[in-house]
Design a binder for this molecule. Structure first.
Ligand code: C2E
Ligand code: CA
Ligand code: CA
Length: 741
């Protein structure tokens, strides 16, 4: 047996109202009589005990067992009391005694429930339980009261006991709830007033109508407070399907006791008393309970709608989130394309203009994307800080046609945000195919993995059009990366990575003044692997720390052995950002310098610009520390990245290495030459040494000389040589052609 999927509040309150009316009719027509109703109520409780395991699934097994037992005991007791109204146990009447006994397990449950009441989704049950218990106690009391003939000492005594028991119980409930959950304080007070008022009314209205009416009014007031301030169901926070399930279960869990309370209230209704106010009170309480149920259910609905919205949407952009994307990918009904979009350049906006502007740009990008994608029948998601995803109908080769427009939609974003326009923001994209009918979990994961690989391909493929479609080739590249990583880890562990040395030459004298150490790796299985390939792989896996340390140590060792330092010639070693940021890097450098007794200024550490872009990065501290040690700091590949100059006077930089691509542009026309001239001028003015990389021809060398660039490096002079040829290179004097081009 399963629970109803969605117990609609309207249906619920309608049925509660129907039961109320039925009860009121019963009360007026005196049919069925109290005894029959008691039997019926008892049977309902017995049946309900079977349902307890269904509605109390959240609790531990012991809790469920306790609840089942309590409901069954109370059901059996009530049934027995109804069946044998005139039986006696010795001097005592049977019905109240058996009912009192059968109430003990219920009391135990309620006490337990109150004790463990916490802010959270248990919060409503103690209250419901307290209402229920108070009603039951009142029912028994009323039973005894009626039995005693409404008047006289016995009746008064029964009534007084009843008032005291109920009041103290409700007071206890109120205290516990108020301590645990201050929000419910008023609710608890309402409950207490209502219960006490009801009892007063029940006990005294026959003899003292005015006091009785006051009691009834208090009862109504308490009911009103309960209706208005009734506990709202607290929901599981994480939302999603789990929250929706929890809400449903709670709703049913709330409906069952409420129904049972109604059944017990019926006992009041059919008691032999013609008190219209009493009936009004009963009607009010029941209608109030129904209303409260409806209000709570509506609040639950709204909250659960909000929660499931929150669970599936990104608060910043309002787009659907990663969970929603996974849901959409789980059971695709047609061929679609998944596009993962990475926004680049956002960090600059955030760093310079602040987080708020960065978020504004993201919001604009999200809006543009949605505007662009919705007419294509697609949907837009934000899956990470700077990553969006699109699901578009059709296979990737078809969808790829829309991608230039999609990428433009992202690039347009900063122009829509005041002040952000001067920072270019771009997007890279990876596409994969989503096939219908793929098994559930694999279906959700595979396209994501593929699109991610394609995105990575787009990222590492600078000549691409900004996006890449997942293919066998992309998969093969990924496999190759994994292989390289695996083999490289072994090579680093075995010290199998070698170091070669490329001379750096004074452009005017032709003398070698420095060597750059370059990692070389020949693998038995993969053959020679270029550092252009394996360094990025090493960086991804942190392997670069061990690799870098090995290269640094080996380079210094070999250069030292070849007499490089003795000749006053410098050594440059490449250091990756990851390596620079690894703990203890400066200590490693210090230790190597002291082991070989090398003047620190003879060691240059080549870093790329990315190190300096993030002004909060710990890398800056390390750079400063290294410079304080006396090492020289070189900016590698200058002119390829951001070419921000700001950090040049903020940080200890000694050397600027002009990238090969700029060198090539010297002779290919265009304004490459003026760019290099400007950079060289600036560097000279800041007192930095300029190294022109990738000098391959005399022409290039001559141009560099004419620009007053100090040093050159490139195949014109020498490619990187093995360590045993370093001594030879030291002696070499490279011809300097005099012509100015
Ligand atoms: P890089 O630091 O810019 O190194 C210079 C690269 O240019 C070297 O490639 C060198 O062989 C090449 N090169 C030198 N002269 C010429 C020339 O005239 N024309 C052309 N076309 N190329 C020339 P290599 O050795 O393949 O290194 C590539 C990159 O790998 C390096 O670029 C550097 O970023 C990285 N790398 C190499 N060794 C290491 C290392 O030990 N640690 C780290 N972190 N990176 C390294
Ligand atoms: Ca370098
Ligand atoms: Ca370089």
């Amino acid at each position: 047996m399963t629970l109803p999927r969605q117990a609609r509040p309207a249906a619920l309150s309608a049925s509660v109202l129907a039961v109320t009316l039925a009860l009121l009719v019963c009360a007026h027509t005196r049919w069925p009589d109290a005894q029959h109703l008691k039997v019926a109520t008892g049977l309902v409780w017995l049946a309900a005990s079977a349902a307890v395991p269904l509605v109390r699934r959240r609790g531990s097994r012991a809790t469920v067992a306790r609840h089942t037992l309590a409901a069954a005991a109370w059901g059996a007791g009530t049934t027995a009391a109804g069946l044998f109204p005139h039986a006696a146990l010795g001097p005592l009447p049977f019905p109240p005694v058996v009912q009192a006994l059968s109430l003990l397990p219920v009391a135990a449950v309620v006490v337990q429930q109150l004790r463990t009441a916490r802010v959270g989704d248990h919060a409503r049950s103690p209250l419901v339980e307290a209402v229920f218990l108070a009603t039951v106690l009142a029912g028994i009391g009323w039973d005894g009261y009626a039995r005693a003939g409404f008047t006289g000492d016995a009746g008064w005594a029964a009534g007084t006991v009843l008032v005291l028991v109920t009041a103290s119980l409700v007071a206890a409930a109120t205290t516990v709830l108020a301590v645990e959950q201050p929000r419910l304080r008023l609710c608890g007070i309402g409950l207490a007033i209502g219960a006490v008022g009801t009892e007063v009314s029940a006990v005294v209205s026959a003899e003292q109508p005015v006091t009785g009416d006051v009691g009834t009014a208090l009862g109504l007031l308490g009911a009103l407070v309960l209706v208005v301030r009734g506990p709202r169901t607290r929901l599981v926070r994480h939302g999603g399907a789990a929250a929706a399930r929890a809400v449903r279960r709670q709703r049913v869990a709330g409906a069952v006791p409420a129904g049972l309370v109604l059944a017990d209230v019926a006992l009041f209704a059919v008691s032999p008393r013609d008190d219209v106010l009493m009936l009004v009170f009963l009607g009010g309480t029941v209608v109030g309970a129904a209303l409260r149920q409806a209000v709570t259910a509506r609040a639950v609905d709204r909250t659960s709608d909000r929660l499931s919205f929150q669970a599936l949407h990104d608060p910043l952009t309002g787009l659907q989130n990663r969970t929603a994307l996974r849901d959409a990918l789980t059971e695709p009904d047609r061929v679609q394309s998944l596009v993962l979009l990475e926004v680049t350049g956002l960090d600059d906006v955030t760093d310079v203009l602040g987080v708020a502007v960065g978020e504004e740009v993201l919001r604009a990008a999200a809006a543009n994307l949605r505007e662009h994608v919705t007419p294509l029948g697609g949907s837009t998601y934000r899956v990470r800080h700077d990553e969006f995803a699109l699901l578009l109908p059709g296979a990737p080769d078809k969808v790829a046609r829309h991608l230039p427009g999609v990428l433009d939609a992202v690039s347009a974003a900063p122009l829509q945000v005041p002040g952000a326009g001067r920072f270019p923001v771009d997007a890279l994209a990876g596409l994969s195919r989503v096939d219908p009918g793929t098994p559930t979990d694999g279906g959700a994961t595979l396209p994501l993995v593929h699109a991610d690989l394609a995105l990575r391909d787009a990222r590492t493929n600078p000549r691409g059009q900004g996006y890449s479609v997942f293919s066998g080739e992309v998969a093969a590249q990924h496999a190759r990366r994994l292989k390289v990583r695996e083999r490289l880890a072994a090579a680093v562990a075995d010290g199998a990575v070698d170091v070669h040395f490329q001379p750096i030459v004074d452009l005017t004298t032709g003398r070698v003044v420095k060597f750059e150490a370059l990692a070389r790796w020949d693998d038995a299985e993969l053959g020679r692997v270029s550092p252009v390939e394996f360094v990025p792989v090493a960086e991804e896996s942190n392997l670069v720390v061990a690799l870098g340390e090995h290269v640094l140590r080996t380079a210094v060792d070999r250069a030292h052995a070849a007499g490089v330092f003795d000749a006053g010639v410098r050594l440059a070693v490449n250091v990756s950002v990851v390596q620079l940021q690894s703990p203890g890097f400066a200590d490693v450098v210090r230790q190597i310098l002291s082991t070989y007794r090398i003047a620190p200024e003879l060691l240059t550490l080549e870093l790329t610009e990315s190190v300096f872009l993030d002004s909060d990065s710990p890398a800056e501290r390390v750079v400063t520390e290294l410079a304080r040690l006396g090492c020289q700091i070189a900016i590698d590949d200058f002119g390829t990245g951001y070419s921000a100059f700001g950090y040049l006077d903020r940080l200890p930089v000694h050397v600027l290495k002009i990238d090969r691509s700029l060198t090539q542009s010297l002779t290919t026309g265009g304004n490459g030459r003026s760019v290099v001239t400007a950079v060289v001028d600036l560097a000279n003015r800041l007192g930095l040494t300029v190294v022109v990389e990738g000098v391959e021809t005399d022409e290039e060398a001559a141009i560099c000389r004419s620009m007053q660039a100090g040093l050159g490096q490139g195949w014109l002079y020498s490619a990187a040589v093995t360590a045993d040829r370093v001594a030879e290179e030291l002696q070499r004097e490279h011809p300097v052609s005099g012509g100015v081009w």
